[in-house]
Design a protein around this ligand. Structure first.
Ligand code: URP
Ligand code: ZN
Ligand code: ZN
Ligand code: ZN
Length: 477
């Protein structure tokens, strides 16, 4: 069935204009004025923005962590994502030492198949490097279309890999055309700070933040950036929270290195004082890296606007306050890390960013969708509105005012970290490959309709400016 989205304001990372958009066989068949097509369903988008569906480059659905499993799985998580305007998620496939990478990927296929309501893909965690892993990585890229690898520099004794592993992963990524992602915090030093705090009887949630200071995020970010330069590889720093890390990314980019960064909604709106809330409520705000002093928010907004940071990920990793977060009631280090952000990522960036004049409409689209599609090998199938692209589309009413609340959200978790925050703008309808998933704010999708996406390899820029000896900075961005 053909569909025409009529009279909406089409917004891409570069353009804003009123036009009609024709969808045929799940792809965008035409964009223009006064489009007519026989037997097409007409969808009136007057007064609304027509955005490409959001791409969330950072989710943890159905993930075991800290002795429990995230509250949202691929069904509830992708449904909430769709309500929020996101049509693609890239989830982290965890690996364990001693097991094949393929077995980990198969586990993640099992978790997601028949459940996802929107399209999805995987990043693959690399926890160790040996001959078996080195053999397997190129096969995973080729067979699974997984072109990004994650190395944790923190979470000692669980996820953390050593610098040698990061170095060899960067070398492999350079050779094979993949993007290396890092959780950049110095896990060895954090381990000592946590031990010392607990020995001194400091067990409240605030000590989670105080034992993971920004210096340790800046240091790890800089270390990863240096190793990227040494290997002439490419790096994406996930969940950047603070000035110390932003400055390291900026320094690397000034040198022409292909170093990119992501921040998350929580670091733009919340701050360290949230961890001090009474009655253990601070546990709702436990992320790693932690929320920072408020002034860092301006640094992050500036970095998004000037391009030092390119994307926003939800880092969706939801745990119920009752029954999960309270595992750490007597010991902050036992609070499962992470929070529910998959649903509000899109609208919060619009409201706090565009509506408050911090970023432009086109920059919003770039941050919410286009930059991730380029970096993670999905462009132009995803992340833009162009003829031939998948019809992943959000019809967005920019005038609605609403208050975020766990009472009305769609995530499978008993609190919302943005409870009570008033925002402007809301997705009205959301389409995935031309089919409604959300129609007039109602869910009409189907679990299992989401397709697994094989992604293209990281594209290393070949352009050299003749007038300068420096390489073109920023690679694909
Ligand atoms: O606190 C967080 N960020 N939890 C999710 C796991 C990770 O480090 O990304
Ligand atoms: Zn597969
Ligand atoms: Zn992380
Ligand atoms: Zn994460």
């Amino acid at each position: 069935m053909k569909k025409i989205i009529r009279n909406g304001t089409i917004v891409t990372a570069s353009d804003t204009y009123v036009a009609d958009l024709l969808i045929e066989n799940g792809i965008i068949a035409s964009i223009g004025l006064h489009i007519e097509a026989e037997e097409a369903e007409i969808i009136d988008a007057s007064g609304c923005y027509v955005f490409p569906g959001g791409i969330d480059p950072h989710t943890h659905l159905d993930m075991p962590f800290g002795g429990t499993v995230t509250a949202d799985d691929f069904e509830t998580g992708t449904k909430a994502a769709a309500f929020g305007g996101t049509t693609t998620v890239i989830d982290f496939c965890l690996t364990t030492k001693g097991n094949t990478l393929q077995s980990a990927v198969d586990t993640w296929h099992h978790k997601s198949r028949d459940k996802a309501v929107i399209d999805y893909s995987f990043h693959l965690m690399v926890s160790e490097i040996n001959d078996i892993v080195l053999d397997e990585l190129p096969q995973i890229i080729e067979n699974e279309g997984i072109t990004s690898f994650k190395v944790f520099m923190a979470y000692k004794n669980t996820f953390q890999a050593d610098d040698g592993t990061l170095f060899r992963t960067l070398q492999t990524a350079k050779r094979e055309g993949a993007l290396v992602m890092v959780h950049a915090e110095n896990g060895d030093v954090i381990e000592y700070l946590v031990e010392q705090a607990l020995a001194a009887g400091q067990t409240d949630p605030i000590y989670h933040a105080l034992t993971r200071p920004p210096e340790l995020e800046g240091e790890a970010t800089g270390r990863a950036a240096y190793l990227t330069g040494l290997t002439d590889s490419q790096l994406y720093v996930v969940h950047v929270t603070c000035a110390e890390a932003v400055y390291k990314i900026e320094e690397a980019r000034r040198k022409g290195l292909r170093v990119y960064g992501e921040t998350c909604p929580q670091y733009l709106l919340l701050d360290q004082t949230d961890l001090e809330k009474p009655d253990f409520e601070g546990a709702k705000y436990v992320w790693s890296p932690p929320l920072r002093e408020k002034w860092n928010q301006d640094v992050l907004w500036d970095a998004l606007w000037n391009g030092s940071l390119q994307t926003i990920g939800s880092d969706q990793c939801s745990f119920n306050f009752k029954g999960q977060k309270d595992l750490g009631i007597d010991d902050f280090s036992k609070i499962p890390n992470g929070g529910p952000m998959i649903e509000d990522r899109f609208s919060v960036l619009y409201s706090e960013g565009v509506a408050k004049g911090r970023i432009s409409l086109n920059k919003f689209v770039d941050i919410i969708a286009t930059a991730s599609s380029r970096l993670f090998g999905l462009f132009p199938q995803k992340g833009t509105l162009a003829i031939g692209s998948d019809a992943d589309i959000v019809i967005f009413d920019p005038t609605v005012k609403r208050t975020i609340s766990a009472q009305t959200h769609h995530m499978n978790v008993d609190y919302n970290a943005f409870e009570g925050i008033e925002i402007t703008g809301e997705p009205v309808s959301v389409l995935s490959r031309g089919e409604f998933v959300i129609r007039d704010k109602q869910f009409v999708g189907t679990p299992g309709a989401g397709q697994y996406l094989h992604r293209n390899r990281f594209e290393v820029p070949t352009v050299e400016l003749s007038s300068t000896t420096e390489k073109v900075s920023g690679g694909v961005l």
